[in-house]
Design a protein around this ligand. Sequence first.
Ligand SMILES: CCCCCCCCCCCCC/C=C/[C@@H](O)[C@H](COP(=O)(O)O)NC(=O)CCCCC
Ligand SMILES: Nc1ncnc2c1ncn2[C@@H]1O[C@H](COP(=O)(O)OP(=O)(O)O)[C@@H](O)[C@H]1O
Ligand SMILES: [Ca+2]
Length: 567
Amino acid sequence: MEPQARLLSAILFHKHRQVEVALNRSVLAWKEIERSRKRSPGISNSAETAHSHAVQVCEIVAVCKTKDDDQDSKETMKSQKKAKQHSHLYPHAFTVSYIRRTRQHQWRCGDVTFHSANQGLCEQWIHVINEQLSLLTNRPKSLLVYINPYGGKRHGRRIYEQKVAPLFRRACILADVIVTERANHARDHLKTEANLDKYDGVVCVGGDGMFSEILHGLVTRTQTDNRVDQNQPDAELVPCSLHIGIIPAGSTDCICFATVGTNDPVTSALHIIVGDSQPMDVCSVHHNDIFLRYSVSLLGYGFYGDILTDSERKRWLGPARYDLSGVKTFLSHNYYEGSISFLPAENNKGDPRDKLQCRSGCRICQPKPSSKDTQWEISEEKEKSDKDGMGGWSVIRGKFIAINAASMSCACPRSPRGLSPSAHLADGTTDLILVRKCSRLNFLRHLLQHTNKEDQFDHSFVEVHRVRKFRFQPRQHELDSLEDLSDSPKKTGFSPICSAQTTCNYSTSHSSWTSDGEILPHAAIQVSVHGQLIRLFARGIEEQQQCVLEDPCTLWALEPSTYQSVD
Ligand SMILES: CCCCCCCCCCCCC/C=C/[C@@H](O)[C@H](COP(=O)(O)O)NC(=O)CCCCC
Ligand SMILES: Nc1ncnc2c1ncn2[C@@H]1O[C@H](COP(=O)(O)OP(=O)(O)O)[C@@H](O)[C@H]1O
Ligand SMILES: [Ca+2]
């Protein structure tokens, strides 16, 4: 990497020690002077060595003048005297708040305070750093925040006020906050009322259900503004211009976990502040050419549909409702008959079993070619001609315990690799997982493999396909006879230990689809994936510590620029 010119450098004080501080367009670095002279510096190519530190400018949250009360407030009794003397000698200070990576994808806001005898120098540093931050145009300045006070353990409001709002204030982000008063309040407000021109993004504080409200509000508003008819399953939807941020405060929070790597409100707030951008696929779901819903994580029929249906009645239990309904549904061991037709993804989209996990900067999820791109047009054309004669579509009939479409990994704390560990966030496909009728023991093995490192697809009764579109038709809709209307739910070899939701009537011979945790009213559905329809304030899961810093040493080796000032 070409080293960049220094914008500023100075000798300042940090924790009573003299440090040399330097700034260029991408890095702020500081190192102790005395110690590094005494010892051989031996600075490695990392963000931080024993006495040398560096922070990327794009990961600086804010810089401000340090108030007297803040100075040395964390000093121990022993060093308080020394601190007093020091602050007398160097009474001026500024504090840089920056992103600090801790364990397992968690971010925290770290502070570093630099002292000086020279007030003008401190002001110059604040000015130049702020100038650099203002060049980062992807950062949001104004946000619309919706809080679901009843999501998860009902801590949404507190989480926002205590953990998120102070960070937004520090980063000078203006936030208009709406605490929802009913289900679909946020969706309806976004659809028709909200003045979206005022904002750079919309933030939801809640779970996947709350995210789904924001998704529906924004996508529907965008289509209405652009006169796109959502009821047309083949309509080319217009991408949303506003980014969505998620502060996890729900029960599963799978969309946050799968796009950030952790469910932590502070980490999510910091991803919002730095204006991260992660495109995401959205599935549209139709029934007989009538629009039903959008979905970004799990569309599940059978096992997960039954869990969600049952768990809605136990909402008062909070997140534990899924465990109880999960056990109950597992013991019921229902299966459902129907046929699935699907249009496979192109070969360059990889395979659900290829073990190429979607990570920050994923190659497979690079932006799709513009509609002018020839390659793209060819594949669209192929699809049209295929569709006329059902060419390219595959059909599978059978008895299924679960039919799952995972448009992303669906990783969550319950299943850290997710339902489809190699699914991609923004490749324009969904992984269709078909779990056929099998013994309880085999199904249990398959389920347990979601919680460890084994391959959950390595069973004769499980198949998985990467697809662009699919349709499902439950068996009772295929056979239009009275006999079928009285058909009871199908059970495998064992008699049910728990009768679950199944009684002998027509409706219960079907399961329901769950879409991001919400229940759909129809079993027969058509699904299309719309690649990269929305953008989140996230960057995908980082590989490890992704500090793509230039060697901080290069900062010290450079000729000073016009900005240089030394104390
Ligand atoms: C015997 C051990 C069995 C362990 C099975 C673990 C498999 C878990 C896979 C979970 C995939 C979850 C996909 C995400 C779905 C969410 O959108 C949805 C709603 O979330 P929220 O609004 O935040 O509550 N949550 C669920 O569908 C919960 C599924 C729980 C299944 C046990
Ligand atoms: N004020 C409210 N009162 C009741 N329900 C609400 C309110 N705000 C949002 N909801 C609904 O609550 C449901 C669950 O929300 P969510 O935040 O996903 O929590 P959880 O993860 O616990 O399911 C969603 O369907 C959402 O539409
Ligand atoms: Ca996808």
